[in-house]
Structures are given as C-alpha cells and as structure tokens.
Design a protein around this ligand. Structure first.
Ligand code: BGC
Length: 250
C-alpha cells in the first residue's frame, strides 16, 4: 500500500508517497524550504505545495518537531511558538481539502519507520531512537510498541537543556571536533541509559550518515548503539505509517 508522508523540519518540508510494503519512498520526494517564521498558516501553505506537487488524493501523515497529542501540537522548541495549543490535525486537514490527516512527533515517526523497516526491525525489549539534529528527538519502544512524546532531548544535563549540550546543531554552532562532541554524547547517552536501560539505541538525524566519525569515539555502553538505516526518509515513511491507519478506516 502507498500512503503519503510529509516531514516538517526546521529548515525543510519534504514529502512523497511511501510504499509501506517495502518501507521505501514510492517516488522521489519533493522539498520546499520551511517558511520563516514557521507560523502555522505559512507551514500549511508550504505543505499544500508539497502535496500538490503529486497526484495524491488520499490521507496524509505529517511529522511535527514537538509534542503532539490527539492531533494538537503542545510544544514548539525549534519552530514558531504559534503552534503551541494548535489543533494541527484540523488545520492541515482543512488546508488539504478536508482529507484525513495524522500528525505525529518527528522522532516518533522516524522511530516507527526504523523499528518496522530499519535498524530496529525484529528487536524486542526496550529500543530507543535518538535523532541528533537541530534539537534532539526521542522515540521509545517496548517490544515494538511506541511510548509517544518522550522528549528526552529536554532532559537536564550539566544545568542545560540536553539538546543545547549535545545536538548536532550545537556541535556545528560551537565548532566542536568529533572527539569533543563524542564526550558530550557520552554524558547524554550515559544518562539516558541509566534511566531506561535500552537494549538498542538507534542514532538518527542527518549526522547519522557520518556515524563512522563519532560512534567509534563513544565510551562503551551496555546498550548496542547503531546508526539509523532509513536516514532521510524515515520521517516521511513513519508519517505515512500513521496515516495508513486512516486509510484503513476510510
Ligand atoms: C522537540 C522534539 C523533537 C526534537 C527533534 C525537540 O526540541 O521538543 O519534539 O522531536 O526537537 O526535532
């Protein structure tokens, strides 16, 4: 089955129909820049443009970089604060001609895709996906079932929000070497391991393409730690997976 997914990020909004039997995009994705400021109306317009690029009339799944409960966006750490308390599902549905939509946290979407089709496939017990990007996103699974909106990027580390201390954006901003960044990741992963004892940690986000530069520098954990496999497409595929439930209901 093909279902459409849209991944809304701080810099780009990208979408494509995803093939949910194979766990890959069914056609090349289309991307527009995230409007700045990223206020709801402007983002809905950008999403319309992405979906409109394809001949797609069915349900659409969308990721959002904040807490999402029953379609309402509750936080907005790295996007316009106008999203806080917005019924995003209703807004996107209206913007897309009244069709059914599903809205899911971006890291949760990426995790759903990795656990079904990628690095977490067939893994039991506690599996944690961490996305290292502008912020740090998290997706926690127990025997393949997601505990949504865990927000482990906002744990406090050395008196700071962890994502300010250890995200990929923080590394670029402060120009840390891979070694310097790895030491910060050691602190962060150590804390996460202490709290959740995952068996497997999957590292996602754009920087996971360069996993060979920093994973070998990390102090050993009890958890196995591996890079994501679906990389850039995980958000789109996970969003489409959420929307596929609507397709079944329709
Ligand atoms: C947000 C999370 C999001 C993560 C990655 C964090 O700042 O609070 O909801 O998953 O960034 O985008």
């Amino acid at each position: 089955m093909n279902v459409f997914g849209v991944d809304i990020g701080g810099s780009g909004i990208k979408g494509a129909p995803a093939d949910l039997d194979r766990g890959e995009l069914a056609s090349e994705r289309f991307k527009v820049l995230t409007p700045q400021p990223s206020e709801p109306k402007a983002v809905v317009e950008a999403v319309r443009e992405v979906v409109g690029h394809f001949d797609w009339a069915g349900p659409v799944g969308l990721t959002f970089p904040g807490v999402v409960v029953d379609g309402t966006t509750r936080t907005a750490a790295n996007v316009d604060k106008g999203w806080i308390g917005t019924d995003a599902a209703a807004l996107f549905s209206e913007g897309l001609g009244g069709r059914p939509v599903a809205v899911v946290n971006d890291a949760d979407a990426a995790g759903l895709a990795e656990v079904r089709f990628g690095a977490g496939r067939g893994r039991e017990g506690v599996v944690l996906m961490l996305t290292l990007g502008t912020g740090i996103g998290s997706a926690l699974f127990v025997d393949g079932a997601l505990v949504p909106n865990t927000e482990l990027g906002h744990l406090e580390l050395h008196g700071k929000d962890a994502e300010r201390h250890a995200s990929s954006a923080a590394r670029e901003k402060h120009d840390w070497s891979w070694q310097e960044w790895a030491e910060r990741l050691d602190d962060y992963f150590g804390m996460v391991e202490m709290l959740f004892s995952p068996k497997l940690i999957i590292i996602g986000g754009g920087v996971s393409r360069k996993a060979d530069k920093f994973l070998p520098l990390l102090k050993p954990l009890r958890a196995e730690i591996v890079p994501a496999q679906l990389q850039n497409d995980a958000g789109i595929i996970g969003a489409a997976m959420q929307a596929s439930r609507l397709a079944v209901q329709a």
